[in-house]
Design a protein around this ligand. Structure first.
Ligand code: GLU
Length: 304
């Protein structure tokens, strides 16, 4: 497959597309990003990777980090995790509080904010230094120790994070949060502030395309069964209340974030990351979704 030629075609096609959406602004720091940024990186291995545009520039990965914290929580808790979290698409916005009321504080899935905050509670409860351990996890799966949190973004989110703070308080009132609210949201705002490029993200997500092993070193990070579950959740719940549309258009498991990044994987084949900060109404990168639709159409390969 000539991925570079396909990426070049996508870059050219996207350059004359109208983009109508907006950059996320409810986190003040994200509103400052240049809306013209656009990059994409396909990773098949260290010697075999393909890219265009701003693929080496770091951006705020936001909710994409929820896949990393899910992987860490599954390693710690195994199947017991599913007593605290459900595995169904929510069909509601990512920061919604309403379902929690009638579902007794058990979030619909680990990728809506309520679910990710329960994951934060678990990691804060069980790990000595969760922020350090998350960084160690990301460094190990990428082999890249330059990846770090963006303190400015973390503080910016903290200053306006009323909904997330409300979510933790509410879930705690319903009995599904153990720790104090402050360390949970502090960890959560930091995980969302992780700053990574498309090149780094696509390498990190290769473990989900390679049955839980780091491709370059062969090191086993996750059990194949854990990877199966995480990929299933990415397929059904990875794109807010647009998971059906993403599956329909692209046909790969993946995860998006309000920083405009999307990562998707083709099991046993490749991992791909794309970044354009302009979001559609559902909070997914507008160009990113179109670029990935073109990737699976032009290659003729998806998981379906
Ligand atoms: N930090 C963001 C929030 O909690 C993450 C949202 C996202 O990327 O979906 O609102």
């Amino acid at each position: 497959m000539n991925y570079q030629q396909i990426l070049d075609t996508i870059y050219e096609e996207m350059s004359y597309r109208d983009v109508s959406g907006k950059v996320a602004s409810y986190i003040p720091e994200l509103a400052r990003v240049d809306r013209k940024k656009f990059g994409m990186h396909v990773y098949c291995g260290d010697q075999e990777n393909f890219s265009f545009g701003d693929s080496d520039e770091c951006f705020s990965i936001q909710s994409i980090s929820k896949v990393f914290t899910l992987a860490m929580a599954m390693r710690l808790m195994g199947e017991d995790l599913w007593d605290r979290l459900n595995v169904e698409p929510s069909g509601d916005p990512f920061n919604s509080l309403t379902q929690l009321e009638y579902e007794n504080g058990v979030p619909r899935n680990p990728f809506i904010n309520a679910g990710a905050l329960v994951l934060s509670d678990i990691l804060v409860d069980q790990l000595k230094d969760p922020k350090r351990e998350l960084l160690d996890f990301v460094h190990k799966i990428t082999g890249d120790t330059s990846i770090k949190y963006d303190e400015t973004v973390a503080q910016s989110e903290k200053s306006t994070g009323y909904r997330n703070i409300a979510l933790v308080n509410y879930i705690k009132a319903l009995g599904n949060i153990k720790c104090d609210v402050e360390p949970i949201v502090d960890f959560y705002f930091h995980q969302c502030s992780l700053s990574m490029s498309c090149a780094q993200l696509s390498k990190a997500f290769m473990i989900f395309a390679n049955k839980g092993r780091v491709l370059e070193t062969g090191e086993k990070i996750l059990k194949p069964k854990t990877v199966k579950r995480i990929n299933a959740l990415m397929q059904t719940c990875g794109f807010y209340d647009e998971a059906g549309e993403f599956s329909f258009q692209v046909g790969l498991p993946g995860k998006s974030g309000v920083g405009g990044g999307i990562v998707a994987i083709h099991p046993d084949n490749y991992s791909v990351a794309v970044w354009s900060p302009i979001l559609n109404e559902k909070g997914n990168s507008e160009l990113g979704m179109k670029a990935l639709e073109r990737l699976t159409t032009l290659t003729g390969v998806s998981v379906f």
